[in-house]
Design a protein around this ligand. Structure first.
Ligand SMILES: [Ca+2]
Ligand SMILES: [Ca+2]
Length: 449
């Protein structure tokens, strides 16, 4: 730039100066986000994603709307919407904005429904029949109650750890013919399962099954009040048995029913650890039900073949006590040359010829750790020094079988402190029973939780 006057004088050029026009304001909004998807990732979370918008300058971010209300703004093209409720439908949309605050229109909506909250609570079953400790025979009722936070899918019934029935609907009850199974101690337990597969076990009900369907009537005799009597099996009976009743044993007239047993309760695993069964037995029943006031003498015969492998001089008679499910040895006399055993008893029930069991050689057997402290990180009880083939069984002091195993060649077994259902046993004293070749022995192990 220069100045001039009327005389035509022109000044020198001024210093130069420059200026740009100002940038025009951004009034263009980003494009509308496309491809919005909503996916339920869990019962409490929905995952969103969409494709990036474009802008004449630059996209700054996206607003995310749930059910019409903005819940967040993000620079990302995805969002995880946590904290949702189960079993609920949600609708989402997003809009893009730029640095000038221009906001696109809302995207198309995308919806997702969260699933129901998973059921992690197991049902709670309880055995309602048979009653724990009951003595049963014939056809019995078996039943369980079961409840669940959502619903019980089915109840499984187990006897001695074996599945015997599955019921899909209440009432969870059925009848069972116990004559189809063995006599002796049986454990019943129910397992309830819900639709999510959660399950739990009831407490076990231990019962004694006594069915004498294979007994054989050997004699029936009516005895006058206070009279003495000798009741002997008839000549056609399969075994010679008898009972000698002294005078004054019964105040009134009674009928004595003498039976030969072809089937009888097994020796009690704990109480009869020193006795072996022979299967040679008899039963005496009195009608009306009354026990003799005096000791009677009973006699049971056997064949050579029945006791071939036994020391017949040591045979004895034992009486079955239904209350304890055990055989109680009687004051007995064995007559090896006459193939018979006699004994005195003032209680009529089941009688069996039994033989004493030799003890397993326990010199090398170790049980450790004992006591067993699971809370101290101990995982198992090791039992070693065992002859191969030894049967090892662990019982509660009430005689409930918790675990059993046959010792392998290595001579060592390990118990994890759980019962057959996998449930950790309570603190207490447990009996470890060993049997090998007719020899038996019991040791103890204590569990301290
Ligand atoms: Ca823009
Ligand atoms: Ca449940």
């Amino acid at each position: 730039m220069a100045a001039y006057d009327v005389a035509g004088n022109v000044s020198a050029q001024s210093s130069s100066a420059s200026a740009g026009t100002p940038a025009s304001a951004d009034a263009a909004a980003p494009s509308i986000p496309q491809g919005l998807t909503a996916t339920a990732a869990s019962f409490s979370q929905v995952n969103l994603s969409w494709t990036a918008s474009t802008d004449n300058v630059a996209v700054s971010g996206y607003r995310v709307y749930r059910n019409g209300a903005q819940i967040t703004a993000t620079a990302s093209t995805s969002f995880q919407d946590a904290g949702r409720s189960p079993s609920t439908a949600y609708a989402y949309a997003v809009a893009a904005y730029d640095a000038a605050g221009n906001l696109s229109a809302l995207s198309s909506a995308a919806s997702a429904s969260t699933p129901a909250e998973p059921d992690t609570a197991a049902p709670e079953p309880s055995m309602t029949a048979p009653r724990n400790g009951a003595a049963v025979s014939g056809t019995i009722a078996v039943s369980a109650g079961a409840s669940d936070n959502v619903g019980v899918s089915h109840v499984e019934f187990y006897s001695n750890g074996i599945l015997i029935n599955t019921l899909a609907a209440a009432p969870y009850a059925f009848t069972l013919d116990t004559t189809l199974g063995a006599n002796g101690n049986h454990t019943f337990q129910a397992k309830a399962v819900d639709a999510a597969g959660n399950s739990s076990w009831s407490q076990a009900a231990g019962v004694t099954v006594s069915n004498w369907r294979t007994s054989e009537v050997a004699a029936i005799s009516t005895i006058a009040a206070s009279a003495s009597a000798i009741v002997t099996s008839t000549p056609t009976a399969s075994r010679d048995i008898s009972v000698t009743i002294p005078a004054g044993s019964f105040a009134g007239q009674v009928v004595i029913n003498l039976k030969i047993l072809h089937d009888m309760p097994p020796p009690h695993p704990v109480a009869n650890s020193d006795l072996n069964s022979t299967g040679i037995g008899m039963e005496i029943r009195v009608a009306p039900t009354v026990q003799p006031a005096n000791y009677a003498t009973i006699e049971i015969s056997y064949t050579d073949a029945e006791v071939a492998r036994l020391d017949r001089s040591k045979l004895l008679l034992a009486r079955y006590d239904e209350g304890s499910a055990a055989w109680l040895p009687l004051e007995s006399i064995s007559y090896p040359a006459q193939n018979k055993v006699t004994a005195r008893t003032a209680h009529f029930s089941l009688f069996q010829v039994m033989s004493p069991a030799a003890a397993v050689d326990l010199d090398d057997i170790r049980i450790y750790p004992n006591p067993f402290y699971p809370s101290r990180g101990q995982a198992r009880v090791t039992i070693d020094g065992l002859p191969e083939g030894t049967k090892v069984k662990i019982y509660t002091i009430k005689g409930e079988l918790l675990w059993d195993i046959t010792v392998p060649a290595m001579g060592t077994v390990a118990w994890n402190g759980r019962n057959k259902s996998g449930r950790a046993v309570a603190s207490g004293l447990y009996l470890v029973y060993f049997e090998q070749g007719g020899n038996k022995k019991i040791k103890k192990v204590s569990v301290i939780r």
